[in-house]
Ligand binder design. Sequence first.
Ligand SMILES: Nc1ncnc2c1ncn2[C@@H]1O[C@H](COP(=O)(O)OP(=O)(O)OP(=O)(O)O)[C@@H](O)[C@H]1O
Ligand SMILES: [Mg+2]
Length: 302
Amino acid sequence: MIEVNGLTKRYGGTTAVKDLTFTVRPGRVTGFLGPNGAGKSTTLRMILGLHEPSSGTVTVGGRPFRDRSRGLRHVGSLLDAHDVHGGRTAAAHLAALAAGNRIPRHRVAEVLQEAGLAEAARRRIGGFSLGMKQRLGIASALLGDPPVLIFDEPLNGLDPEGVKWVRDLFRRLAAEGRTVFVSSHLMSEMEHTADQLVVIGRGELIAAESLAGFSARGTRSDVTVGTSASSVLEGLLAAEGATVRVEGDLLVVTGLTSVQVGEIAQRHRLPIHHLSTRSSSLEEAFMELTADSVQYLAGESR
Ligand SMILES: Nc1ncnc2c1ncn2[C@@H]1O[C@H](COP(=O)(O)OP(=O)(O)OP(=O)(O)O)[C@@H](O)[C@H]1O
Ligand SMILES: [Mg+2]
């Protein structure tokens, strides 16, 4: 379990993380979501004791992580896949980590196998692709068989097979009762990976709840209707209090159900050639809820 309490980090005049409080529980995959610059990496570094908080506390398994010796047995993490010595082979890199954390040597071959890197064990890391480095980073996180696993954007650079492997791995680790905390700036990545979400924007907490709960909160349904008497129907629907937008040949209606829209058209004998309900996706829910906190908007300077 990871417990974050009132966590704040300031860099000079910038507040990267602001009074964050949330808990990451074992037995499930928790997604840590936020737009670029939201403060995800900063928070993960504080959890791992790599950055000192300006205020607030964070514990892993009830204690600050920094107080643990043989850290890899307690928490496995992948923060930056490039953060490895390029001149070493994959096997030598893992063997050094194992030795430093008093992890049995046989784990090296096991995690290389698990990460699909058995063939590349004796190759120098400098020649690895980004995807292979991600796999190596995940292998190092698994090395100490830890109860808590933390990954910063682990899906970056992975091919579809790699993405599937990582998702299946995370689910299995959670099913084994471990705490799995995974960051991403893409909702679509979390949609099929996480059960639980912690969403932040500009360093502040936006939501900490189940994936289902989060998507229900942001979901709005629109009714799409097509008729040859478009402007007549538009006026009738607006008179009933709906908001109506024209999209090509169709009207997009919010504020009424499809049944209500159908009945209004029927009452006025308007021919309908299309009627459907459209729910916003999880991606839209995320965009909507973080809209005010997106720092770096394309094509905009501020
Ligand atoms: N060492 C530092 N010195 C100064 N500012 C920093 C430092 N590290 C991070 N920041 C600032 O803190 C904020 C949060 O950055 P952080 O890297 O935690 O975001 P993130 O959510 O991981 O973003 P991304 O999705 O782009 O990885 C940003 O405004 C960033 O510029
Ligand atoms: Mg980051």
